[in-house]
Design a protein around this ligand. Structure first.
Ligand code: UDP
Length: 194
């Protein structure tokens, strides 16, 4: 694996299609995987907040979610192949999940947005097995979301709490899971909900 480091953040040197293939291989091999989709705001925040930097550095892969990151890599003389966004990664994974009947769990967004997201995914990707979902406005200290996810054993967990919450949630709970791809995807449910 090749990386391009920008302001202390090591970005995976990959393109959108190769990255999705990599995640599919990891799902099929049952290898637990934590993905950070980092845009320039995330890189800036990580440089101001050491705890957040620690949370993102624990990811298996950090991808360049935004043209700003790709441009910065170019200026630094160590170019990246292109943008690899959380949104495109999500949509490509849903297509493959539909064919392979992956188990999906959705965490995040407002209740109404989440309900629309679940309905739209069920309509457009009927082969996906949606095993559960929870909105993103829960009591952080008192909930059983991670324990429920651990029992459901999803292949893919979309975490749409916005940064830095989504990365913090994944890092705090990752040890409870045996397998699955866990990816922080910001406002993606708002787009899927329409
Ligand atoms: N969100 C959430 N819980 C929170 C804060 C935000 O579920 O405590 C959701 C919010 O409803 C939205 C998504 O996170 O669907 C992304 O929020 P935002 O646009 O602020 O984050 P960004 O896309 O900049 O990461």
């Amino acid at each position: 694996m090749k990386y391009v480091t920008i302001m202390g953040v090591p970005f995976l040197h990959t393109d959108q299609a190769s990255f999705v293939n990599l995640l599919v291989d990891r799902i099929d091999q049952q290898e637990k995987t934590y993905v950070v989709t980092a845009n320039p705001e995330i890189v800036m925040k990580a440089n101001e907040d050491a705890a957040f930097m620690q949370d993102i550095l624990q990811a298996n892969y950090i991808i360049a979610d935004g043209i700003g990151v790709v441009k910065a890599a170019q200026i630094l003389g160590n170019p990246l192949p292109g943008r690899v966004t959380g949104f495109d990664t999500t949509m490509e994974l849903l297509k493959i999940a539909n064919e392979k009947h992956y188990k999906l769990y959705l965490l995040g967004a407002k209740k109404e947005t989440l309900e629309k997201t679940v309905a739209n995914i069920a309509r457009d990707y009927p082969g996906v097995e949606i095993v559960g979902s929870h909105d993103g406005y829960f009591n952080w200290e008192k909930n059983h979301i991670a324990e429920t996810i651990a029992e459901l054993k999803p292949d893919l967990v979309l975490v749409a709490l916005g940064f830095p919450k989504q990365e913090k949630w994944i890092v705090e709970n990752l040890s409870k899971f045996d397998h699955g791809v866990f990816i922080g995807i910001g406002g993606t449910f708002d787009i899927i909900a329409g």
